[in-house]
Ligand binder design. Structure first.
Ligand code: 5AD
Ligand code: SF4
Length: 456
């Protein structure tokens, strides 16, 4: 979501003459868009700010100016503290106020002091943002939902991103059409609780994410859809059915469960038991048998016993994930879990995390190996690392490398959905060969208006 937000900040600043730059040191403005989810992510901000300081001072010594802005969830949570630790920062703005960036830039220039805006404005920022600019490639993000009302014991999101908010269906559909017109072939719908999305459809009836996905799948030229991140509690039957109906909806779902222990799930305030998650997985697999699953796990949440950890390992074994993220519990200021006396020693957290990661690694390797020999469609995303090579993305989100057809510039093929056979599996990627590589250049390659067919 921060990648999407950064793009939208660039859209807001474009009318003022700002354009994205590859180099921070020579830029007129540097915005650090930050994450507060775990302590490590938040700490990165201060090391980056330390690195920027000499560049800003050098610019000022030459009579110039570099505006340094801190945006995102660390800004939201630590506003004044950032200015105390890094007084050379000019702007501090939360994730809900970046539509006001032009006004803040002007205010900072006039006042010459730091400007802070970490409000949760009544007017949703989406009503004040210009249309999203062209996607830089065939894969685009589209935020449809923000914030969270679930208040899991460990999580800062409800405090930093604010209350749950769904963008209207019409606005989402219009943005998706613009992205497709600008070259996007795959759209990932984003939200902290994306499957809690709800809104009024064009017919006036209440829509959930399943209905929205069906409407998006009808956009000509939009070959692939994904959505992330979901909560098990919001995985309703209509959304599950959409997985069985829509070939555009890729057979990959990220569905965080956090723990396999009911005792821990209660302590985490997740609002579901392990068996509820397993039932959802069963229904999803019944609807879409080739669905690959991903999840999030936390090792060492306060109060977690060896038996709770064993229950998490058992759940991982039972489900079998194609990939997953796992984290050591990180106490976040202001969250209920951070205040309990039941903290788990670091060494225990480390050991449990290592066990979870070894199992997930083995499952990911097995999943990647199981792709070898399959025929499937991939989306070509750009030139590969070596001459003549193409980079692509599989239906299951892995990067894919393949040799392009002779005599065709890779750039000419970007955005095509093409059939390949998977040749080899690597830890985080796949290699493949075009199935009709011997045909005339470009022959058999899915044209932009074709939709993708499911993998064998
Ligand atoms: N400590 C460790 N992991 C966390 N996550 C969220 N908050 C914390 C925390 N305090 C993880 C959860 C969530 C993912 C985005 O980050 O697994 O699903
Ligand atoms: Fe955080 Fe997700 Fe829980 Fe919301 S549902 S509090 S975003 S972990």
């Amino acid at each position: 979501m921060n990648v999407y937000d950064s793009g939208r900040m660039a859209d807001v600043l474009a009318p003022l003459g700002y354009a994205p730059s590859d180099e921070a040191e020579s830029a007129d403005m540097v915005i650090l868009n930050t994450c507060h989810i775990r302590e490590k992510a938040a700490e990165k901000l201060f090391s980056e700010l330390g690195r920027l300081r000499p560049a800003k001072q050098a610019r000022e010594a030459e009579g110039g100016r570099m505006v340094v802005a801190v945006a995102g969830c660390v800004a939201q949570a630590e506003g004044e503290e950032i200015l105390r630790r890094a007084p050379w920062v000019d702007l501090v703005l939360g994730p809900q106020t970046y539509h006001r960036l032009p006004e803040m830039v002007a205010r900072a220039a006039r006042a010459g002091g730091a400007v802070i805006d970490t409000e949760f404005p009544v007017e949703p920022k989406f009503d004040h943002l210009p249309d999203a600019a062209a996607a830089p490639g065939p894969i685009a993000f589209l935020t449809i939902q923000e914030g969270c009302d679930k208040f899991c014991s460990f999580c800062v999101v409800p405090y930093t991103r604010g209350a749950e908010f769904s963008r209207p269906a019409a606005a989402v559909l219009a943005e998706a059409r613009r992205l497709v017109a600008a070259g996007a072939r795959e759209i990932a719908l984003l939200g902290q609780n994306v499957n809690a999305w709800h809104g009024e459809g064009p017919d006036g009836s209440p829509w959930g994410l399943g209905r929205l996905l069906r409407a998006l799948a009808a956009i000509p030229g939009l070959a692939r859809l994904r959505y992330t991140t979901s909560h098990p509690r919001d995985m309703d039957d209509d959304l599950i059915a959409a997985h069985g109906e829509l070939p555009q909806l890729m057979p990959f779902l990220h569905l965080p469960v956090q723990s396999g222990s009911d005792r821990m799930l209660r302590a985490m305030n997740r609002g579901h038991a392990a068996a509820d998650f397993l039932r959802i997985v069963e229904k999803l697999r019944a609807a879409r048998p080739d669905l690959a699953l991903s999840s999030d796990f936390i090792a060492g949440h306060p109060g977690e016993s060896d038996a709770d950890h064993a229950a998490t390992m058992a759940l991982i074994r039972e489900v079998g994930f194609a990939q997953a993220f796992s984290f050591k519990y990180s106490p976040r200021p202001g969250t209920p879990a951070a205040g309990t006396a039941l903290q788990i020693p670091e060494a225990v957290k480390d050991a449990r995390l290592a066990e979870i990661q070894a199992l997930l690694r083995a499952q990911q390797d097995a999943f990647n190996r199981s792709r070898v020999g399959l025929a499937c469609d991939v989306l070509l995303t750009g030139p590969g690392r070596h001459p003549g090579q193409l980079a692509a993305r599989s239906p299951w989100l892995q990067p894919v490398h393949l040799r392009g057809p002779d005599g065709v510039a890779p750039e000419a093929l970007v955005g095509r959905v093409v059939p390949v056979r998977i040749l080899a599996a690597h830890p985080n990627s796949l290699s493949a060969a075009l199935i009709d590589a011997d045909a005339a250049p470009g022959a058999g390659m899915g044209q932009p208006e074709e939709t993708e067919v499911a993998c064998a």
